[in-house]
Every structure is written in C-alpha cells, then in structure tokens.
Design a protein around this ligand. Sequence first.
Ligand SMILES: [Zn+2]
Ligand SMILES: [Zn+2]
Length: 677
Amino acid sequence: MDTIHITMPDGAVREVPLGTTAAEIAQQISPRLAKEALVARIAPTRSAGGAVPHAVGTAAAPDAAPEAKLTSSNGEGFLVDLRAPIDQDVKLSILTPKDPEAIQVLRHSAAHLLAAAVLELFPNVKLGIGPPIDTGFFYDFVRDEPFTPEDLARIEKKMRELAAQDIPNERKMLPKPEALELYRKWDQGFKCELVEERAIEPMVSFYTTGKFIDFCRGPHIPSTGRIRAFKLMSVAGAYWKGQEGNPQMQRIYGACFYTQQELDEYLHRIEEAKRRDHRRLGAELDLFSVQEEAGPGLIFWHPKGGLVRKLMEDWLRDELLRRGYDLVYTPHIMRLELWKTSGHDNFYRENMFGPVEVEKDDYQLKPMNCPGHILIYKSRLRSYRELPVRLAELGTVYRYERSGVLHGLLRVRGFTQDDAHIFCMPEQIELEIEACIDFAFAVMKTFGFSQYVVELSDWDAKHPENYAGSAADWARSTAALQTTLTRLNIPFKRMEGEAAFYGPKIDVKLIDAIGRPWQLTTVQFDFNLPGRFGLEYVGEDGARHQPLMVHRALWGSVERFFGILIEHYAGAFPVWLAPVQAEVLPLSEKFADYAKKVTAALKDAGFRAHLDDRNEKLQAKIRDAQMQKIPYMLIVGGKEAEAGTVSVRHQSKGDLGPRPLAEFLSDLRKQADSRAI
Ligand SMILES: [Zn+2]
Ligand SMILES: [Zn+2]
C-alpha cells in the first residue's frame, strides 16, 4: 500500500496511507482535537518521490470563486477541508478556534448557511457571491422585493434551524459543462457567469449545504453545527461585481464569531460607536457643522467647538516653541509651477483641487504644506550651525476627496494639519526622531490615550528602482527609526515594502476608549523633495551638502483629531478642554443674586462658567447640563448662600455634596492646570 509522510508542527513525522484526511489524523492525535478542528493547513514538502505536487485533494485548484481568498495568510501552504484526502507528503497543521486564520473559514461557511436559509424561504432569489469579511460575512441576492427587518429575523431563525441540524458542507467536483448546465437549469445566471469566467480547470469545485449548492473553492468547516454565535446585521445595496451599471443586488450582512461572548462584545462596541458618533454629538453639543450651502467636506467650527480648538492649539503651540520648533505661516494658494517642482502636480494630482487662473498664471490651492516650508528654508543660505531647522505650521490644506467617502470631521476636503518639517544633518537624525516620538507620546498622554500601536514602514529592498533615495539613505534612516524605537522600549511592527516611494516612516495608531485604532502620528523621511528643490547647507568643511528632510504630524489634522476626541470622550471633555467647565444652577429665582456671585467668582478665576437662570425646574436644568456634558454643576439655594458654599454635582460621578466655594475653585484650578483626564 502507498504511504505518505505527514510532518506535524512539532516536527514529528507520521507515516499514513495515501489519501488519509486531516480529520483522521486529528482523531488519531486526540478526540478533543478532532472535535475542535475546523480546517487544515497543508504545505507540500516534496521530499519523497520528487513528484511535482498537483493539487492536494484538488483543494488547491485555482478555480477561484471570487469569494475564495483562503490561501494561507502566513504564506505557507494553503487551507483545505478536514475531509480532503491528502495525496502527497505535506506539512500539516490542524486549525482550531485558537488559530486566527480559521475564523475566516467559519465566516465563509456562515455565508453559505445564510444562502441556504434564504433559498429555503425565498426559493426564487438569484445568487451572487458570499465571502467572509472582517467581523462576519455577507451574501448578495437579487430579489424583486426588498428584504425587510422581519425577513432578516425569519432568515436568521432558519439559519439557526439549519445550524442545529449540523448539515455537512460537502465538496463535489463537476466537469465544467455539467456545472454550467446545473446552474442554467436552476436559472442562476450570475453563477453561470462566474463558472464561465473563473473555472479554468476542467473540473469545477462545488460545496453543498443541504439543498444549497455553491460554486466555491472552499475550504469550509465540516458541518453547520459549529456556526453558533452569529447575527444578521443589515441589508445594503450592492452592484453585481461591484460595478455601477451592473444589476442591483441586496447584500445581507452578518456578524459571526466563535463564541456568543465575542459576538456580544462586538455588538456592544457597535452600540457604543453609535452613541459616540461625533457627527451626532457635534450637533447635539453645538460644536461644528457641515453646511450643504457651502459644500461637502468643509467644516464650520461653532463657538463651543472653536473654543476647544483654541485650547488644543494653545497647548500645541506652547509645546512647539518649548521643543525648539519655529512657527511659520505660508500662503493657501501658490503658483502651480511650485507643485510641478515638488512633483505633486504629477503624482498627487487626483487629490488636488483644480488650478485657478490669475493674470494668465495658474495657481494651486495647497494640498500640502511642505513646499511652503521648503521655500522658507531656501530663502537664504543655511549653515550647519543652524541645523536642525524645525518649521511648524497649523497649515490649512485642501484635498479633493470623492463626496461618497466624506465622513464628518474624519474625512474632509479642507483641514488644518499640525504639520512640521525638520531639516537636519545625517548625524542628527536619531535625536530628531527621538524628539518626535517623545512629542507624540506627550500628545497621547495629554489628551488621555494610553494604548497605541506603532508601525515602521520600510521599502521593498528588492525593487530599489521604485523608490527615491539611495540604499544608504534608506538603510541609515530606517536604522535610525528602528534603534530609536528599540531604545525607547516601544514595541513596533515592521512593515516591509509599505513605505511611500520617498522614504521610510513611523506611524502611531491610538487605541480609543472602546478599543478602536486611529491612525494619528506620522514621522516620515523624504529623500525626494530636498533634491527636487536643490536644498543645501554649508557644512563644517565649507562645502555644500543636502540636508535630510523629515515630515511629521502628531494629530494628523485638527479636524480629525477633534473628531477622535469627541468619540473617545463621548462628548464629555475633561475639565481643561470642556467649553463650559461649570454650570451654575440656582434652586429658584430667589437665589439669583448668590448664583450671579458664584458665576462671577468662577469667571474672575479664569474659568468657563455659565449661569442657567431660565425659569425652569432644577431637574430640567440638571438634565440639560447633563446632556451638554458639562463637567460640573453647581447647585445653589438658601443654605449655600448662607454658608458661602456650592452643592457640587459631577457629570459622571453624580452628587458630591456641598463644598466651600473657595475650596471648589482651588480644586478646579488644580484639575485644569494639570490637564487632568
Ligand atoms: Zn463559498
Ligand atoms: Zn510635508
């Protein structure tokens, strides 16, 4: 009998009959593994026999249905069904819920379960595609009537029924003509089209789940019983093959996780995200607006938002000066020629507003601040003694973004970058990078973030022709970024080949209060612009040299960072940033005088206080102040007036009891000055 050799992850080699399946091997290892196994990863070892591996168990056949993106994500081998017979020597891993790769297989199988359930309830639907996505799956259908929320509830119920029946997901191979005939008879035109286009081998791979049959490369989990923690989320419109003009389909989205707890946590995060949506809070708290009359993606900062912005900017400008930056201002519109020199007119054109003609000369609204800072650097000859030159600007730029992708403060057409450019000598880069990182961490701490992810993006060293700068430039700068992160004990992920063409960079992503990452700080070398603009400095040797240039932004933009802050704090800013820090609430009109005195004392001490002297019940006033997320409410009546106290109520901590006014003031002073979070 023919045997094959299976190398397990621990290096142990098993000799088994040809055609043994991963499920059988799992069973041999332990019944528990067999029960937990979802899918297998195999990589041919090619050692014995020297045979060129054809598809193992045919599962590697590239008859990719569009949904099949399941080659192993770690690049080693590919995923196959547990029931696929193994027909050559391979390295084998049996994947369980512990393996991150297996979840996408579960989700893909959940998509099939969805289609199977829809077909039971709506036998005449036409099927599109159904891939796994980040948090679950979707499937596209054509149906004359829209799917209603009630339909979704019925479909989900049917999915649970089918899951409980533990129906096997079975793989079948059909000759292509038979496959086409099958779908033609079934009147599934989209599937015919897929088979026609994508099946490049004579045999076509199908999966059945009960009555449902799908053109699909797989792999899938063995049966439906493992799909437990899922929920149908929504229906959205989609075009067949994602192309406008193609038939419209209804896309049903579902969330799917291994456990109910993971699903519940995900659903909770979605609810939290809705509650924190900066667009809704921006209107409720009267912070900012986008005005249709003025155009999409352009932000109007209302008085309260404007006040928060001033506080943010004041902190930033003070820090910039303290850290040796110079503040500059550059024009919003400059000759188009400048953008030709910089190269933006070429490689960045599609993100730029169109040029404007003035006196037969073309001008360009700026999408970047860099060329402006370069012109300041170049305005006179620089000596090595002046370096590093650090030019900072809260620089407003305009970029063309398609209206479909605009999103509140997060994706806009006009925004103000907290931009800076550092021009320095090669021997200075490590200190400069360290200072940038230190500054970035000061931003995080000051604005109340404690978690972050750092990525270092390097070039693809195999293709130096795609990049500006020499190999020496790249090596030196990447090493500076890397040693700085290592020295500062900052964990980071190295992203080979992810750098822009002009230089390596460090990106810092913040993790917000509900665990979402936000790309924020970027520190980026530029080996392109100094050459294009002929930048120089006179070195110690009296000769001219080209300085290194670093772009860096900490918040990214004021708008975006403000949006992130609103969501992070759910609108309840800490005392130092709150547009109103304390709201004074007299118990009744009788105490108006004392309430005015308290308000005046707060204002005299430099606080942002407001007196609610409306003729409303106290409860209503408290509710409104609470809605406005004002940190402190000071309730004053007869007792307080007599004793010179205020009854303090905190936005989240509730009633804190009466305090002498002077004591409250000094406490508030401490909180504001220390920028307590
Ligand atoms: Zn599939
Ligand atoms: Zn720049």
